[in-house]
Ligand binder design. Structure first.
Ligand code: ADP
Length: 242
């Protein structure tokens, strides 16, 4: 499995952010990770990327446990965090070279043009990141995430705040990346999931309430739209259904 999570819990002080979740994503799949705000998506992603430790349970990436093999996990993972922190004073190519240096990649000079091409950054490559539009900044975030050619990509709301054209561009790019990588993608946009994801994992109040192929999930819910299914499983009346 590219991603394997079992009985994972995270407590912040008194608050249970995730409460015994388990799911798996097999190699080469694009999985949508959905849930209302505060459901526990970012917390799960931060544990998978070794940013924070879990309180209990296990999480593994490419067979490496996040607690015991943190360096191997980081080597195999590309992460686009929710607010995409970037070095705005750096030039695009400079930032990519810097990421390559962090990953100690010998062939980073060769990798820079490859990643620029893949992420559609050709016209913007000589600009400072601070001068780019939000859509291009997201592309730089994705370029950084894929720079070391990791097997697994964790993308936290990659299209949030983008205009419709930028959304389509980033979605196309994710689909392209998903041909060779395993992707776990959080989003609030249901069309996005329908457009790019094969597997859908829905989390609500720190618990998994659905985990299935998109087509099976829809079949199980009388072919309702994903939006209706999401509301059914996570809306105010969901306790009766669950
Ligand atoms: P999501 O990404 O689905 O919006 P999060 O994982 O960010 O959800 O948050 C899950 C819950 O944990 C929320 O109730 C949030 O307020 C809480 N939480 C997240 N980070 C912290 C933190 N650093 N300290 C305390 N509570 C937190």
């Amino acid at each position: 499995m590219s991603i394997a999570v079992a009985n994972l819990c995270k407590t912040y002080g008194e608050q249970k952010a995730i409460d015994g979740i388990s799911f798996q994503v097999s190699p080469g799949r694009i999985a949508g990770f959905l849930g209302p705000n505060g459901a526990g998506k970012s917390t799960t992603m931060k544990i998978l990327t070794c940013f924070i430790p879990q309180s209990s349970g296990t999480a593994a990436v490419c067979g490496f446990d996040v607690s015991t093999y943190s360096m191997e996990v980081r080597r195999n993972i590309g992460y686009l965090p929710e607010h995409n922190p970037l070095y705005l004073e750096m030039y695009v190519r400079e930032a990519l070279g810097f990421i390559g240096a962090i990953h100690q990649l010998d062939k980073r000079q060769k990798r820079i043009p490859e990643v620029i091409e893949l992420c559609g950054l050709g016209d913007e490559q000589y600009k400072k990141i601070g001068a780019l539009s939000k859509g291009y900044r997201q592309r730089v975030g994705l370029a950084q995430a894929i720079f070391s050619d990791p097997e697994v990509l964790i993308l936290d709301e990659p299209t949030s705040g983008l205009d419709p054209n930028q959304v389509i561009g980033i979605r196309k790019l994710i689909r392209e990346l998903g041909k060779t990588k395993t992707v776990l993608l959080s989003t609030h946009i249901m069309q996005e999931v329908e457009a790019v994801c094969e597997q859908v994992i829905i989390i609500d109040k720190g618990r998994i309430v659905a985990d299935d192929d998109l087509s099976s999930l829809r079949m199980m819910h009388h072919n309702h739209s994903l939006e209706d299914i999401f509301i059914e499983l996570t809306g105010p009346d969901s306790a009766e259904i669950n």
